[in-house]
Design a protein around this ligand. Structure first.
Ligand SMILES: Nc1ncnc2c1ncn2[C@@H]1O[C@H](COP(=O)(O)OP(=O)(O)O)[C@@H](O)[C@H]1O
Ligand SMILES: [Mg+2]
Length: 325
């Protein structure tokens, strides 16, 4: 019996298909080698090769990553979908906020148990608080923790592009809420209620009211999140329409240090934190993250690997001056 030989051409084809990630091409060549082996009388080897290819094919179809269901058709320019990677452990919030988020996650995870008994899981959230304190991030965290896509609604584009058709666009959006389980974020929600240019007060009321009617009937299996930086402009009566109001605020000094440490990682070892505290006053989480990033980059460009206390203090004061200006 002749020795089995995969030809040079086979080997080249295998390398090529491997490097271009062409699994099917790779298996096809492997099967050609198996066929050749069979022709040469090496039936055991041929069968083994075939089995290997079959097993590999089963494996790769099982681990195929489901592509994000990007919204199609009419709704596509109203919503963008993502699978965020931030988790609960990344979010630095007060204990009360943390407890509220734990409750949302627990009720959503056990929603079948609740619904069988006629209860709805918490699914309509209003997040309010100053900019940069984690409202948008929270929507991402909830999506990630529940393994759901995050659908961000571009309210500004809904309002400016579809002035006069906002009602029918909202209907489309809430149809999606019912048909695809996901976290739906209406960011800068106050845009709906506020009197924007071209939005007379009557029109604004009407839009807000239709939003609230849809919200009332929203499927409890999706999570609908409205977020706003302007609690004051929202009607108190509005608050009753949500299952839960979560209030964000500027970080405490300890929380601020936690945010900085988290962003700096190992580069932050050796920082004298008591000397930094004074410089973080009044800064939001988002500003702290940006200052940490600025300090880290400056450090790396100076070919160092540990951020010096003075560098961080400098970056913080630049940042807080920038945000005052
Ligand atoms: N509570 C927080 N904990 C950790 N990081 C935060 C927090 N709040 C904000 N950040 C950081 O700032 C960025 C912007 O925050 P964001 O959630 O958009 O603020 P908001 O929506 O409240 O204006 C986040 O992506 C994150 O990097
Ligand atoms: Mg935001």
């Amino acid at each position: 019996m002749a020795p089995v030989s995969a030809t040079a051409d086979h080997i080249k084809a295998l390398v090529k298909s491997h490097s271009s990630g062409d699994d099917e091409g790779f298996y096809a060549v492997a099967l050609q080698v198996a066929a050749k082996a069979a022709r040469q009388g090496h039936h055991r080897l041929a069968a083994e090769l075939k089995d290997l290819v079959d097993a590999a094919r089963r494996q790769s179809s099982a681990t195929v990553v489901t592509p994000i269901a990007q919204p199609r058709g009419e709704i596509a320019d109203l919503v963008s979908a993502s699978f965020p990677e931030v988790g609960l452990r990344d979010l630095v919030v007060a204990d009360e906020v943390r407890a509220q988020l734990d409750q949302v996650l627990a009720e959503q995870r056990q929603r079948h148990t609740l619904m069988e008994q006629g209860f709805h899981p918490v699914h309509r959230l209003l997040l309010e608080g100053p900019p940069g304190t984690g409202k948008t991030m929270t929507a991402a965290v909830i999506a990630n923790e529940l393994d759901l896509p995050l659908m961000t609604i571009r309210l500004d584009s809904v309002l400016s592009k579809y002035l006069g058709e906002t009602g029918s666009k909202l209907r489309l959006l809430f149809d999606a809420v019912a048909s695809q389980r996901a976290v739906y974020l209406f960011d800068e929600f106050d845009a709906l209620g506020g009197d924007r240019a071209g939005n007379d007060v009557g029109e604004a009321r009407r839009i807000l009211n239709s939003f609230l009617v849809f919200l009332e009937q929203a499927s409890p299996e999706s999570v609908v999140i409205s977020a706003t930086n302007h609690r004051a402009i929202l009607d108190r009566a509005l608050f009753r329409r949500f299952d839960m109001i979560i209030s964000y605020r500027q970080p405490t000094p300890d929380e601020a240090v936690t945010v900085l440490k988290a962003r700096l990682g190992p580069m932050g070892k050796g920082i004298r934190w008591p000397s930094v505290r004074q410089s973080m006053k009044g800064m939001s989480h988002a500003e702290l993250v940006k200052a940490a990033e600025a300090a880290a980059k400056r450090t790396l460009l100076a070919s160092a690997d540990r951020v010096a206390t003075a560098t961080l203090v400098q970056a913080l004061s630049e940042r807080s001056n920038a945000s005052v200006a």
